[in-house]
Every structure is written in structure tokens, then in C-alpha cells.
Design a protein around this ligand. Structure first.
Ligand code: GLU
Ligand code: MG
Length: 440
């Protein structure tokens, strides 16, 4: 049997799609790419393409494998290896295509570096449910964080850890989380582009390991209305041109260095618009509610899991250096958002904050739902959009954020999300959670 590698691209519904090829064709494709169709960018997670989209039936692209971003494992339990090669979409003459989300992240990272000399280091922390193959009403879910919950998955946990190690994504932990049947998978921080690659690879490997054990891994933001949400927490820090940590300054509030403070201020300033790029489906907004430990306000907090930007803890035991560990966690993201676009949005907002020399945001503690309007105002706390409709309207109305991306990309994004909303029209929350639970 000829093993096949998959050259992949991730679209606006955050689905990894691609073309399977032999090793020989893969090597040839590195020079000229493989055929791809522009309108594919506008596929919904329900296998439809909205009639109103910028591409129509015409046109052709090339999907060019980036051989330096290849992730393979032969331990998923499948008969053949899972071999994923990240691809970039280009025009037939090799120039970048405006709809390529991976290219958008590269451009955002390059713009930050050019303007400030700073680079982003990131890590995606992802939660998912490990669902049984057949629903058994007599089954009792295990305890949160318990040894028994982990052991009850059988070979799933160790196998997933082995596959991720083999694929080179530097897994840190696969662990049972708080929710019923909920798990979390983390990887070591790396440069921004590689982190987004790792995020989608980890999801796909997790799904495949589960599938081969007759289980299903579900990364949907809210698999059930009453259940716990699945977050994708994006950890980020800045390094200077020499690769030295540049986020930490022990003399400033929260330990935030000046540029990092401005970066966070930029993110919070644009957050109500940015959210749609990081939480991109109707059920995303059932998760982004107060008291879910997800995030729901434009809020910088220190070690507070309700904040949207959380200053993470540093360990000083044994004389460890805080600067090397110091990072900020963006919590308003989930797996229905394209990780390239999500991080590109965060970087563009952060860059705007640095360029405008915005002062670091106040560090807020407390419960915003118990604060008066005046107190919320004084602390700069504004509620994030409460529905995908509202989030999409906010994006459409914001020329600044739209201008961070090519118009055709924004138009495609709006088309896909409007199509998803139309497909969900008339369904109640439970049906919407179930529909997205089945697709993610
Ligand atoms: N499940 C929570 C979320 O939806 C996160 C819980 C935590 O790990 O802090 O983001
Ligand atoms: Mg978690």
C-alpha cells in the first residue's frame, strides 16, 4: 500500500481540508502546488457553499505544501500513518492568494516584527469531550480531574500522547478536565505560525485516535446547553529580535512590560469586534457568558479565569526566571474559529495598541455582573457580543478591523457565517448545540 500524505488548508469554518498525495507527488507539489478551488473557502461546516460569495464557480488556485511543516504519526490505530503537510494557497503564478488564512497569520506576524522588532510565541490549550461510541444511559461520567476518568479512557490518553510526540507538536499534557467526559490537550509554546499549525494538527490527531477506538472527540464550544464549554485558550508572549522574553517587567503592574501592556490594550480596545474571529459560530456565544470560566467582558485580569486576557502565573520556586514563563492567555476562543485568523486578529489588534502607544489596561478583579454601569465604565469593562449575529454586525460596521484583512476574505467570512446563521434559523439552543457538536 502506498502511504499518502495530506496537503491541507484550514478554512473559515475551521475545517481542515486537503488533498492526499503520494510522496513522489508531494515532492513535485512543493514547486507547483496542487489544484484548489477558491469557493472552497466558503464551505460551511454543513457541506454547503453560500450562493452569495466572492468567488462563484470560476477560478483556480494552487495549494503548495510547506515541507517544513509536516506532522506525521503512525500510532493512531489506523492502518496507514496520518501524515499532514500544512499548505499555503497561491494564485497560478505563485503569488499569495488573499483568502489563505495561513498567509494572513504570516503577514500579521511579519507586520508586528517589522514595526516593533517583536515576535509572538504562542500555545493553544484545547478542551474537548471524549464521547462514547454509543450513548449508554446507565453510564456514570467520571469525576473531574480524576485518575479514574483518565484510566477509563483505556489506551486513548497514552496513545494520543504518543501520536502527538511522534508528530513533533511537543505535547505537554493530555488530562481529564472539569466537565463530564471533558479532556484537555496542551503543547509547548512555539512561534505564532507553528503554534496555529500545532493547534489544528492536535485536533485532527485527537479526532483520529478517538475514532479508531470507536469514540468521538468533540471540540464544539458548547456540546450541550447545560454542559461545560470547550475553550481554546491562546497563550501568547513577545520576544525581541534576539529571542529574549520581552513581555515581563517586574516593576510594572501585573508584571506587564510597556509594549506588552500596549499590546493587551489594543486587544481589549478591539475585542468586541475581534471576538467573531475567535468565537465564530452560534454556540460560541452560549459559552461566552459570565460564570463559565470562559470570558465575557473586555477584561484584563491577573490569574482570574473569568477574564478575557488572563495574566498567567509564574513559578519562582528554585529561583526560576519569571520572564521566561510570563505569558497572557486569550480565553474568548474556541475550535469553531480558524486558529490562523484568530491569532492574526489578536496580533493586528496588539500591533495597533503598540503603534498608538496605548497605556496598559487596568487590571481588574471582582465580578462584573455585580458592578454598576458606572463601575464597569470606570474599569473599561464592556460586555462581549452575546450572539453570532451581534458579533458579525460589529465586524461589518468596523472599518478598522476589516482593513486588517483583504476585503475578499472579510466578505467570504461574512458570507459563511451568515449562511451558518440561516441554516440554524428556527432551531432552539439545544438543536444548535447538537448540530455543532456533531460537526466539530
Ligand atoms: N471550560 C472553560 C472554557 O470554556 C475553561 C476552564 C479552564 O480550563 O479554565 O473556556
Ligand atoms: Mg481547561
Amino acid at each position: 500500500m502506498t502511504p499518502l500524505a495530506h496537503v491541507v488548508t484550514t478554512d473559515l469554518a475551521a475545517i481542515m481540508r486537503g488533498r492526499p498525495v503520494s510522496e513522489e507527488r508531494l515532492q513535485k507539489a512543493a514547486a507547483i502546488g496542487l489544484g484548489w478551488v477558491p469557493a472552497n473557502l466558503c464551505l460551511t461546516p454543513f457541506n454547503s457553499i453560500p450562493g452569495e460569495n466572492p468567488w462563484g464557480s470560476a477560478g483556480d488556485l494552487r495549494l503548495v505544501p510547506d515541507l517544513s511543516a509536516r506532522f506525521s504519526t503512525s500510532s493512531t490505530g489506523a492502518e496507514t500513518p496520518l501524515d499532514l503537510v500544512m499548505g499555503d494557497l497561491v494564485e497560478l503564478d505563485g503569488s499569495p492568494w488573499t483568502g489563505c488564512t495561513r498567509t494572513q497569520l504570516k503577514d500579521a506576524l511579519a507586520a508586528l516584527k517589522k514595526a516593533t522588532g517583536l515576535s509572538v510565541v504562542a500555545a493553544f490549550e484545547q478542551e474537548f469531550l471524549l464521547r462514547p461510541a454509543i450513548a449508554d444511559p446507565l453510564r456514570v461520567p467520571g469525576h473531574a480531574f480524576s485518575v479514574a476518568s483518565f484510566r477509563a479512557t483505556g489506551v486513548f490518553g497514552p496513545r494520543l500522547a504518543t501520536c502527538l510526540e511522534e508528530a513533533g507538536v511537543e505535547p505537554e499534557m493530555v488530562l481529564p478536565e472539569y466537565g463530564n467526559d471533558q479532556f484537555e490537550v496542551t503543547h509547548a509554546p512555539t512561534d505564532g505560525l507553528a503554534a496555529a499549525d500545532r493547534a489544528i494538527v492536535i485536533r485532527e490527531v485527537t479526532r483520529e485516535v478517538a475514532r479508531n477506538l470507536g469514540r468521538r472527540a468533540c471540540f464544539a464550544p458548547k456540546p450541550a446547553v447545560e454542559g461545560v464549554g470547550n475553550g481554546v485558550h491562546i497563550h501568547f508572549s513577545l520576544v525581541d529580535a534576539d529571542g529574549k522574553p520581552a513581555t515581563y517587567d517586574g516593576g510594572r503592574p501585573g508584571g506587564l512590560a510597556a509594549a506588552a501592556g500596549s499590546f493587551c490594550a489594543g486587544v481589549l480596545k478591539h475585542l468586541q469586534v475581534l471576538t467573531v474571529l475567535t468565537a465564530s459560530s452560534p454556540p460560541s456565544y452560549y459559552r461566552l457568558a459570565p460564570h463559565n470560566w470562559s470570558s465575557s467582558y473586555t477584561w484584563l485580569g491577573e490569574r482570574d479565569r473569568e477574564a478575557t486576557l488572563r495574566i498567567c502565573p509564574v513559578v519562582t520556586m528554585g529561583g526560576r526566571d519569571p520572564a521566561k514563563q510570563f505569558n497572557i492567555e486569550y480565553r474568548a476562543a474556541d475550535a469553531t474559529a480558524n486558529p490562523y485568523l484568530a491569532l492574526a486578529g489578536i496580533v493586528r489588534a496588539g500591533l495597533a495598541g503598540i503603534e498608538q502607544k496605548l497605556p496598559a489596561p487596568p487590571i481588574v478583579s471582582g465580578d462584573p455582573t455585580l458592578m454598576s454601569e458606572a463601575e464597569l465604565d470606570a474599569k473599561g469593562l464592556r460586555r462581549l457580543p452575546e450572539t453570532l449575529e451581534a458579533a458579525l454586525e460589529a465586524l461589518k460596521a468596523d472599518e478598522t478591523v476589516c482593513a486588517w484583512f483583504p476585503k475578499s476574505l472579510i466578505d467570504s467570512f461574512v458570507a459563511v457565517k451568515q449562511a451558518e446563521l440561516a441554516l440554524m434559523a428556527g432551531k432552539d439552543k439545544a438543536e444548535i448545540c447538537a448540530a455543532y457538536g456533531d460537526r466539530y
